[in-house]
Write a protein that binds this ligand. Sequence first.
Ligand SMILES: [Fe+2]
Length: 341
Amino acid sequence: MKTVRALARGAVVASAIVGAGSAFAQSGDVNVYTYRESKLIQPLFDAFSRDTGIKVNVISASSGLEQRIKAEGANSPADVLLTVDIGRIEDAVRAGITQPIKSDVLDKIVAPQYRDPEGHWYGISMRARVVYASKDRVKETALNYEDLSDPKWKGKICIRSGQYIYNNALFAAFIAHHGEAKTEEWLSGLKANLAQKPSGGDREVARDIAAGKCDIGVANTYYWALMLNKEPDRKAWAQATKVILPSFQNGGTHVNLSAVVLARYAPNKANAMKLVEWLVGEEAQHTYADLNYEYPVRPGVAVNSTIAGYGKLNADTIPLSKIADHKKAAANLVDKVGFDN
Ligand SMILES: [Fe+2]
């Protein structure tokens, strides 16, 4: 009975989302749950299928995949979850929907700071949290994160909510570098420099700089490239701004991850492991990072040319798992200084 239900559920998911294909749990096909648009990511999995003869069913949604896998329980057809941001990655682990990936291949290619010490997640590409700055009004070409609290930027900075996962991770990284007391001081200074209440998303930072509401703002690297190359309505926002890769005074540029997780009840585990290891191969790394405008996690793989145009990334070396330890403290400080008020 359980099996019938699992199969039915798999079929519903497949027909609703990938159309004609079927995602029967133990067929040997690998079922990938992802927040990426399936049409964007399908070419990558097509290449895997060509290389290995293993079919991949992509189940794509814009939210709630962790909850869905949890609700599906032991009957879940999910083999692999592709997710982003250390906050969401850790949520998946806490939800109990993962199992350790044991792979010498991954351990060799993915640097320790980009993977879980217990093996529950491995980064497969990186995004940096950087500064967008007005091309006309900002002459600086380099900045430290610490500079964002300098009163010289008073009334000139735009940013989204301090509680949004991307900012939460950046602020947690600040704590990892400087401790809570200094971070509180910095957040108060940054708050005092804001041109407006935190609002919108990362693209709106570029929009508001283009409109003259602020001079600089904090955003992720891939949005700028997307706006420039793929979003004609927003191209002018990218063109009005430049991307600066800031560093911590005692470190590098804060990066976050796009990561792969092996589902706890993966019904096609052997083939799922083949896919996971294939994803850190040279070709897959280039294709995946290029599709998402992210940085490949495998050293030496070429970066998309727009991203390369930002300059050389000197990524911070504090492990993401250590940064995650400070997430709660970062969220508390944001409340304490009234960052979003
Ligand atoms: Fe994003």
